[in-house]
Design a protein around this ligand. Structure first.
Ligand code: NOJ
Length: 761
């Protein structure tokens, strides 16, 4: 109990000061004082321990670990040499670990418990890319709030999310984890997620610390191959990659994670430019940086560090504060300090940052505040959480095509053939990055559609997506795609033959996207494409429901199938969300956060490209084009239909001259010209015609979601100020440059209602 007294004394003394001051204004000051006092009584070993994070090793039901790695980690925990753990879950397991940290070590410093809470804890919301398709910042914030609610009730107080990596490459499996290709949308979503996780008081037991990751550039892995080299210009780094990170910082994110990639020849884990100069220097970030899994050690195969000792030295000097599973800090820091290769001040800085976040989480006031078994039972899978993820799921669906208004389906007197293994799959729709949740817990589309009993529904699988045992792919396992077994085709065709409408649910296995899940062929996998074409031969009235964690190549379907619904992987409530959209109880309003290419050869493809010196078109081949394919995507960024239709008109600008400190107003009239109440995301794009560095052909600069009844008209306004026009210029600062700008407003990134104005500085 000795150590308890030391920490308690520090807290008590400083809390005494707190009563005489304005608590909110002085909280940071008080925490900093507590951190300093604690640091002052820590040994070097204890400090190094705080910088050490281990993956879980604890067996809840058994005795303390006895063998190998687990025993080693367990002993270090008892010696106060572990500051954090990841991949430990649930009140029982975490309480056992926290008890050792708090009650058996000299100082009793509590552990911070991190987990990948990426799209929900037990109750899963849609994968992040799908949520981004909602363009609904409030709903996205709420989704992160629900994730924090459940995670915190199960003992987690820190999530390794949001991932804010911009990516233009659908081959990269991790696009499912981000918000797509656009820095403007990506920044707003990044901030919404941080707000959702962290709430307005981190010390509450239902909020958790968030992590902005992966700092920076990971989304630009060459050829979409995970962990591959990244080589981007300063222009792209500042104008495209960094803005969402800055947005999380402004939203108060408490930790950053570096990554596996290099940037300009330097692994980001060892990048002083990124971590020390930019993040902690210029941006004044006072939280801490966690390495990615083993990324400190990976600087050796990168060819940047000689050995483990050198990797440690480089990482700490660069500002990487906590070591996730490289096991290097714990082994090497002490000898580096003794050899005078590392300054103790750098260690003190890292430890102070880690302790600060622990204080902010309230862990020193009560190390067990996230560990209430009753609350855990009450909160996990609460019906309100399911309601919330269902709302999020419906909003994430994007209607890609709807010829002859085949959708919504009639609710009665229809014979519907439901085809595709994914239609009755309760696992794949959960997507990847859901290690805290349970397999096979999604509502299937079949179950969802059964809630509409007045139609005759016939289900026929047609073909499996994967041939893994029991159809379940494990986190580390390769997906064995079914590219041979067509034994179910005939039954499916028979079911389709006599149906009024065929609903086919096809796409990727839930583990075809995510970390280590890059693909070179992004078509509908395995025999499913052939199944689609075979069924089409007997019945053309097909609604194709796609499930996938990335944009797919669906040229054939786009040409032939009358209705296409992009349903991504929508989490626990998938089937209910899809059914409610198919039957028109929810009118889809999602918009693509990533362009859908016409073929892999177009990748990287994105709407905010540069014009080049030869934009064309021209009658010769000598312009920037493909000889065998169009330049344009199949579906552009921002694209998505509704069961109703919208008309844009009357674009007006109140002033053609913009000056610094003032703003101009652009307005447009939006009319619902169809038969359903519906929502439309009105999008504003701006083009900077000429600048000191080349600028994109257009950039998203604003959007608003408008709900309209049939026949209703609303005027939508956007304010444009000089700050909105700033970019990272040839002067290597954020600034605007005077000159002419074009404005485009409309329903997607091809918006063609146009105005222009001049910025006068
Ligand atoms: C590696 C991933 O890159 C990172 O995003 C994740 O948080 C860690 N593993 C921990 O699971």
């Amino acid at each position: 109990m000795k150590k308890y007294c030391i920490i308690f004394l520090i807290i008590l003394t400083l809390n005494g000061c707190q009563t005489n001051t304005n608590i909110s204004n002085n909280r940071t000051d008080i925490i900093n004082k507590k951190v300093d006092s604690l640091l002052g009584i820590m040994t070097l070993d204890e400090k190094i321990g705080q910088m050490n994070q281990y993956n879980g090793f604890w067996d809840v039901t058994g005795p303390a670990p006895k063998n190998g790695d687990a025993k080693f980690k367990f002993n270090n925990l008892k010696k106060g040499l572990v500051g954090s753990m990841l991949n430990v879950r649930g009140v029982e397991e975490i309480t056992a670990l926290q008890k050792i940290a708090v009650e058996e070590t000299r100082l009793g410093i509590p552990l911070i418990i991190g987990n990948d809470v990426i799209h929900g804890y037990k109750t899963l919301s849609p994968i992040p890319l799908a949520e981004a398709a909602s363009w609904d910042l409030k709903e996205i914030e709420n989704s992160a709030r629900i994730a924090a609610l459940e995670a915190s009730a199960a003992g987690t107080n820190w999530t390794f999310a949001p991932m804010v990596d911009i990516s233009r490459d659908a081959r990269w499996g991790r696009v499912m984890e981000g918000a797509g290709e656009d820095p403007f949308l990506g920044s707003l979503i990044a901030a919404a997620r941080v707000r959702g996780f962290q709430g307005d008081d981190l010390s509450k037991n239902h909020t958790i610390a968030a992590t902005a990751k992966h700092f920076a550039g990971y989304g630009f892995s060459e050829s979409g191959r995970d962990y591959n080299t990244v080589d981007v210009s300063k222009n792209t780094l500042y104008n495209v990659i960094l803005p969402p990170f800055k947005a999380t910082l402004d939203a108060g994110v408490r930790t950053f994670m570096n990554g596996f990639n290099e940037l300009d020849g330097i692994p980001v884990t060892g990048s002083s430019f990124l971590q020390r100069d930019l993040l902690k220097g210029e941006w004044e970030f006072d939280g801490f940086v966690i390495s990615d899994w083993g990324s400190i050690r990976e600087m050796i195969p990168h060819g940047f560090a000689r050995d483990g000792s050198h990797a440690t030295e480089l990482a700490i000097k660069a500002g990487s504060d906590m070591d996730m599973e490289s096991h290097l800090y714990i082994k090497k820091i002490k000898e580096l300090i003794e050899a005078k290769k590392l300054d103790i001040e750098l260690v003190d800085d890292a430890v102070s940052r880690i302790l600060r976040v622990k204080f902010e989480l309230g862990l020193f006031d009560d190390p067990y505040r996230y560990l209430d078994a009753e609350r855990e039972k009450e909160v996990i899978n609460h019906p309100d959480n399911h309601k919330a993820v269902l709302e999020m799921a419906k909003k994430s669906i994007v209607l890609l095509k709807n010829e002859n208004q085949l959708l919504p389906l009639n609710k009665s007197d229809q014979r519907i053939a439901l085809i595709g293994a994914l239609a009755n799959d309760n696992n794949s729709p959960l997507g990847n990055w859901r290690t805290n949740s349970d397999n096979k817990t999604a509502v299937t589309v079949l179950e969802g559609m059964k809630a509409y009993p007045d139609n005759k529904l016939i289900y026929s699988k047609g073909a499996d997506v994967n041939l893994n045992d029991d159809g379940v792919v494990k986190f580390h396992e390769k997906v064995k795609i079914n590219d041979s077994d067509k034994s179910g085709f005939n039954a499916a065709k028979n079911a389709a033959k006599n149906a009024d409408v065929v609903v086919m649910v096809l796409g990727e296995d839930g583990f075809q996207s995510g970390e280590g899940r890059s693909r070179t062929d992004i078509g509908i996998p395995g025999v499913q494409q052939e199944l689609l074409e075979e069924v089409y031969k007997v019945n053309k009235n097909i609604v194709l429901v796609l499930m996938n964690g990335r944009p797919l190549n669906i040229n054939w379907a786009d040409k032939n199938i009358p209705s296409i619904v992009e349903a991504w992987q929508l989490g626990t409530q998938t089937g209910n969300a899809v059914a409610q959209v198919l039957y028109g109880d929810y009118n889809p309003s999602g918009k693509l956060p990533m362009s859908f290419p016409r073929g892999v050869g177009q990748i990287p493809i994105y709407y905010n490209y540069k014009n080049t010196g030869r934009p064309g078109p021209s009658n010769t081949v000598f312009w920037s084009q493909y000889n065998d394919q169009l330049n344009t995507p199949l579906y552009p960024f921002g694209y998505g239909l509704s069961y109703t239709s919208f008309e844009y008109s009357n674009l007006k600008i109140d002033n053609k001259n913009l000056t610094v400190g003032n703003s101009i107003n652009v307005s447009v009239d939006l009319k619902n010209t169809g038969n359903y109440t519906g929502k439309e995301v009105v999008q504003l794009y701006i083009k900077d015609r000429f600048a000191s560095v080349t600028r994109p052909v257009r950039e998203l600069k604003g959007f608003e979601m408008i709900s309209l009844n049939p026949g209703e008209i609303k005027t939508v306004n956007f304010e444009i100020s000089e700050t909105l026009l700033q970019f990272y210029s040839a002067n290597e600062i954020w600034e605007s440059e005077s000159g002419f700008f074009d404005i485009f407003i409309g329903t997607n990134s091809n918006a063609d209602l146009q105005e222009s104005f001049e910025l006068i500085k």
